[in-house]
Design a protein around this ligand. Structure first.
Ligand code: HEC
Ligand code: HEC
Length: 681
């Protein structure tokens, strides 16, 4: 993703080294410590010497950026321990022990796995106790930038803490990792743990004070390696830092950190050689910000580098959507001043700071924190439905038809990008993009499979950006025509029934008549208490918010298929909302009635998945490993070894496609799938 080259100051360059970051971190111990744990992965810096490279003898070596054991924030883990759950139940804590009509499995017995209990012996359920205040670690991920000064590498990155609970300040951290090139030792600090000691400003929408780091995408330093500039993309700011006596970066939080506001969505920063000026390039505003580092002031926020698209064009709407997706601050909910359907606000006219608190709490995170550029951070997060790999969004809409959209999420529990406003609110700690529509808070009108468009202009623009702009990476075609023909035959025979269509998945809201699917929220007091909400379209059968299948003229199309990837006994199949109501879900009732009641088994708070998963798109599959809902398959070979095919007697892909060449062709074909690959019916 990023590159740095050493410079020892002489004119001979063969003695220099080249350092490159891998964007995604990698599992440290794949067998014993799967993703989902805060210490599961390490960042990787690859390096080689120029001399070796020129002599074609290069060996590429690597440095690891190890996880941070304590990132400086704590989480409440009481609902993940048998003892503390039991104690809380005794005092009737309704937050943890919601009892909906079907919620028979409450209490300590309902906790299926104590995987995330920090101390299974402790009985201290007090709010002051150690279980309620468990220090959280974070692993280095999304290594956006790198620079080198005085024999030290500096790498800004987006730290991930996927363990439950899902809460903004224990999900992401703004990390700066360093590698000492003499000792090879790495060290990581969390900028957010410094920022938290800043004083919360009273004029929040005018001040940059106490804005957290969110997506740190670039770093720059003075030639002597003493003054640093850190770039927060979603916060629209540059932060000054210096080295303290221990050689650790310090932002002077106690005296008031120094920040400079940039144009919208900055992606790079440079400093002049004399250290007096800095410049950022701003991706969404297509502008450059000029900063005076002597008097600590912004000279000009938007020096135009090219003309942004004109209001009234689709490109302009897409760009506003991109801004809403990338900002950790906010945008206006209403982008159309004349109410004539044209989003007439110029992109440079929008000042995200004045909408601070919408996308997230104090600029903590953005949609792009997990969906870098609309793709995936490759992290398995513990979400309310279970361990869930971030889904890259290039397969969410058909590339030739923005009306053809997948049913969303691994369990088909959401119906539109609008539904994800609840991520800004729930996961990121913000108010979302629908809390002020002409003075009215419309965010509560948004629910899973509820209104899809027209609630807020910002959300509509976001949906349009996802549909029109996120595309699968371009991959080389297979060169061998015979191999292609062989792979396409195999795919047609065994895969296209589920992975067919322009999105490379049969999952589509176009297959039924109604999206929105529900008139009222299908979620009751908890994820399973349904309160008898039926889908509008009687041909649909649902299980809670999961869209299960469609039956027309006796023909059943299933949207949740069991391909052998779910094991309720796996200690990681646990629901990240803690276990607020839930349980291994089994369906009862008549699907023809439209409503299938989700019943809990005695299994406890296991994740969703027992009735199958929503077929993922295979667009861009080459770059989105690891695979499956829980990221448990590191490679396509692992997919082939575990993914079963019901129609072939439940045998695995590797057994059904038993010819080694045919399987190899299938694998290479999958890796080549992009927008140019002709899809299957
Ligand atoms: C903490 C990480 C995280 C953040 C922040 C996040 N997402 Fe996601 N996103 C995920 C994960 C994980 C999934 C899969 C969830 C599941 O299946 O339960 C997902 C799924 C999706 C999907 C479904 C795609 C499909 O084809 O099924 C959409 C759309 C989406 N996210 C949009 C957004 C938007 C818009 C935002 C910002 C408001 C956002 N996400 C913020 C992690 C995140
Ligand atoms: C019955 C429907 C069905 C059929 C047939 C099917 N798949 Fe799948 N496929 C799924 C489902 C559902 C998942 C998700 C499983 C999970 O996440 O646990 C999946 C996951 C995958 C994945 C992982 C994708 C990702 O992003 O994680 C790959 C790759 C894949 N299938 C390839 C194939 C191939 C190749 C074939 C044919 C040999 C095939 N599938 C046949 C339903 C199907």
């Amino acid at each position: 993703m990023a590159i740095a080259i050493s410079n020892d100051g002489d004119t001979e360059d063969r003695d220099e080294s080249v350092y490159v970051t891998r964007f995604y971190s990698e599992l440290i111990d794949p067998v014993n410590r799967p993703d989902g744990f805060n210490d599961a992965k390490a960042g990787k810096i690859l390096y080689f010497s120029v001399a070796d490279s020129l002599a074609h003898t290069q060996t590429v070596k690597e440095y690891q950026l190890l996880p941070l054991a304590d990132a400086g924030f704590t989480a409440d883990r009481r609902q993940y321990c048998l003892n503390t759950r039991a104690a809380l139940q005794g005092i009737g804590d309704t937050v943890f022990f919601n009892s909906g009509p079907d919620n028979s499995g409450n209490g300590a017995a309902a906790l299926a796995h104590d995987t995330f209990c920090p101390d299974t012996a402790s009985t201290d359920a007090t709010a002051e106790g150690a279980i309620a205040n468990n220090p959280q670690g974070a692993y280095t991920n999304n290594l956006h930038g790198i620079t080198i000064r005085n024999n030290t590498l500096y790498i800004p990155n987006v730290g991930a803490s996927p363990e439950p609970p899902v809460k903004f300040n224990v999900n992401f951290q703004a990390l700066i990792s360093t590698v000492n090139l003499t000792s090879g030792h790495d060290k990581t600090i969390n900028l957010n743990s410094l920022i938290k000691s800043e004083v919360q400003p009273t004029n929040e929408t005018e001040s940059l004070d106490r804005l957290f780091g969110n997506d740190l995408v670039a770093i720059e330093a003075s030639t002597n390696g003493k003054d640093f500039l850190l770039l927060s993309r979603g916060g629209n700011y540059v932060l000054r830092a210096t080295l303290d006596n221990n050689g650790t970066l310090d932002i002077g939080a106690s005296e008031g950190a120094v920040r400079f506001q940039t144009g919208n969505i900055p992606s790079g920063v440079v400093m002049s050689l004399d250290g007096k000026r800095a410049y950022t390039n701003n991706e969404v505003n297509t502008s450059v910000t000029a900063i005076d580092l002597v008097d600590n002031q912004v000279i000009s926020r938007d020096i135009s580098s090219s003309k942004p698209p004109t209001p009234g064009t689709q490109e302009h709407r897409n760009l506003l959507g991109k801004l809403a997706f990338f900002t950790a601050l906010g945008t206006p909910d209403t982008l159309d001043r004349d109410k004539d359907g044209v989003f007439d606000m110029e992109v440079r006219e929008i000042d995200p700071l004045s909408f601070r608190g919408k996308a997230s709490d104090n600029g903590w995170s953005s949609c792009a924190s997990c969906h870098e550029d609309g793709y995936s951070d490759n992290v398995t997060w513990f979400f309310p439905t279970g361990p869930r790999q971030t889904i890259p969004l290039e397969g969410t809409f058909a590339n030739n038809d923005p009306a053809d959209q997948r049913i969303l999420n691994w369990n088909a529990v959401r119906g539109s990008v609008t539904d994800f406003n609840n991520n800004s609110r729930g996961v990121q700690g913000g108010t979302g993009f629908a809390s002020n529509i002409d003075g009215i808070d419309k965010s509560t009108t948004i629910f899973n499979h509820g209104p899809t468009q027209g609630v807020s202009d910002a959300l509509d623009a976001m949906s349009e950006w996802v549909a029109n702009a996120i595309r699968a990476p371009i991959m080389p075609d297979l060169v061998d025509a015979n191999a292609t023909a062989s792979a396409r035959n195999t795919f047609e025979a065994y895969c296209s029934a589920c992975h067919g269509g322009a999105k490379w998945t049969k999952s589509s809201i176009n297959r039924f008549d109604t999206n929105p699917t529900f008139e009222t929220d299908p979620l009751g007091a908890n994820f399973f208490a349904q309160g008898g909400v039926k889908p509008i379209d009687p041909t649909l059968s649902v299980a809670g918010p999961q869209i299960r299948s469609l039956t027309i003229g006796g023909m059943v199309t299933s949207f949740l298929d069991d391909v052998g990837t779910f094991a309720a006994g796996n200690p990681l199949e646990l629901r990240g909302a803690g276990a607020i109501g839930g349980g291994a879900i089994t369906a009862t009732g008549d699907p023809n009635e439209g409503l299938v009641t989700a019943k809990q088994s005695t299994q406890g708070f296991v994740a969703l998945g027992a009735i199958g998963f929503n077929t993922p798109s295979l667009l861009g599959v080459a770059t989105s490993a690891p695979y499956f809902h829980d990221g448990s398959a590191a490679s396509l070979s692992e997919v082939f070894a575990r993914h079963t095919l019901t129609e072939q007697g439940g045998d695995t892909i590797a057994n059904v496609v038993s010819d080694a060449d045919a399987l190899k062709n299938l694998r290479n074909f999958l890796l080549s799938i992009d927008d140019q690959t002709p899809p299957f019916n």
